[in-house]
Design a protein around this ligand. Structure first.
Ligand SMILES: Cc1ncc(COP(=O)(O)O)c(C=O)c1O
Length: 355
């Protein structure tokens, strides 16, 4: 928890004088909203983003005075939920803007919102032709207190990708023609693209949780998650012996195998079969054979027998680069590994605010 807070503070210092938010969608990237949000709040974070109103309502119960933004916006029938819980919708199309403005009229007061413009992702946010319409009809925003205009970068994790500067240009171009309000563009990697991407509010998630926002370069963040489990069985096998389902792995020599009670049901992805790595007694060892639902098998031949016994702890995610490295082996991103961390793991939160 202290690493998490330190990461947020580092990002907040980088983005000053602009503000820095905390992205806590998907149960705080799988790590537990209940623990993460108060820790970020204690570090100074006041702006939080969730994907939907369920997350935002939980957040507001924990931190009643925080600014709770809902990325998925005003979905059908959610007006009341936004109003009653003091949530801020991210408005993603003109229809939502019109709807929120009408709600403001019937409430007889201005209502806060973030207006999200799509500058190159074709995912969420006002498409460029709607941005043009809004520029022609700024009165559509009457009744809305635009706390921020926002957009989201598609390729910020690729420092030199041409879409970064293109999106920055599109965003600036739109901002210059819309009624004045603060702006928000950068996610974790966006913060590292340079100060011109920071605007008034940054929205980091992954880097707060210790993921590397600068792929290919040294991770500037502190690792915040360590996953470990104990060996539950060991065995000696001979050259040619198969290991695991499908006999996809065969021993190349006489080997020692350790079985660990973690599997794909825990979010330890099956695509890590025979390519994952773990750490036993300070040594990195390869995962051999298929990942099963509840078990994985490691080749511990190179670890002295006395140091790898039933009961010995094995690290599965550790240090500043394993999350990203493992994800790379699995053909995915660390975000997926974090959010997939299963419900069967006992979770110990070390440091951070008292509960
Ligand atoms: C709109 C928006 N902003 C910010 C973020 C945070 O991104 P990251 O976790 O890469 O910092 C996300 C995450 O997907 C997002 O969808």
């Amino acid at each position: 928890m202290d690493a998490l807070a330190a990461n947020w503070r580092q990002l907040s210092e980088r983005t000053a004088p602009g503000l820095c938010a905390g992205m806590v969608k998907a149960n705080a990237y799988g790590l537990g909203l209940n623990r993460v949000a108060p820790a970020l709040y204690e570090a100074g974070c006041r702006h939080f983003f969730t994907a939907n109103t369920f997350g935002a309502m939980k957040l507001k119960k924990l931190l009643p005075d925080c600014h709770a933004f809902v990325l998925n916006g005003l979905t059908v029938g959610t007006d009341k939920v936004f109003l009653e819980n003091d949530l801020i919708p991210v408005l993603n199309d003109l229809g939502q803007i019109e709807h929120w403005a009408a709600t403001a009229r019937s409430e007889g007061r201005k209502l806060k919102a973030m207006v999200h413009m799509d500058t190159g992702m074709a995912r969420l946010g006002l498409p460029p032709y709607e941005v043009d319409q809004l520029i022609e009809r700024p009165d559509l925003l009457d009744g809305i207190d635009v706390t921020y205009y926002a957009s989201h970068l598609a390729c910020a994790d690729e420092h030199d990708h041409p879409l970064n500067t293109e999106q920055l240009h599109n965003f600036r171009h739109a901002l210059a023609r819309l009624p004045k309000a603060p702006a928000s563009l950068a996610n974790s990697s966006g913060i590292f693209l340079g100060p011109e991407y920071h605007f008034d509010l940054a929205r980091p998630g992954y880097a707060v949780y210790g993921g590397n926002p600068t792929p290919g370069r040294k991770n500037p963040m502190q690792p915040a998650v360590r996953l470990h489990a104990r060996i539950i069985q060991t065995r000696e096998i001979k050259a040619g012996d198969p290991v695991g389902y499908g006999a996809t792995y065969r021993a190349r020599q006489n080997q020692r195998i350790a079985t660990i009670p973690v599997g794909y049901a825990d979010g330890y992805l099956r695509s890590l079969s025979s390519i994952g790595v773990a750490r036993v007694a300070g040594r990195e060892v390869p995962l051999v054979g298929r990942v099963s639902m509840d078990l994985v098998t490691l080749d511990i031949t190179d670890v002295p027998e006395a140091e790898a016994q039933v009961g010995t702890w094995v690290d599965l995610i550790w240090g500043p680069d394993k999350l990203d490295r493992l994800a790379g082996y699995a053909g995915t991103i660390g975000y997926e590994l974090l959010t997939a961390l299963g419900g069967r793991y006992p979770r110990n939160y070390l440091g951070g605010p008292r509960q």
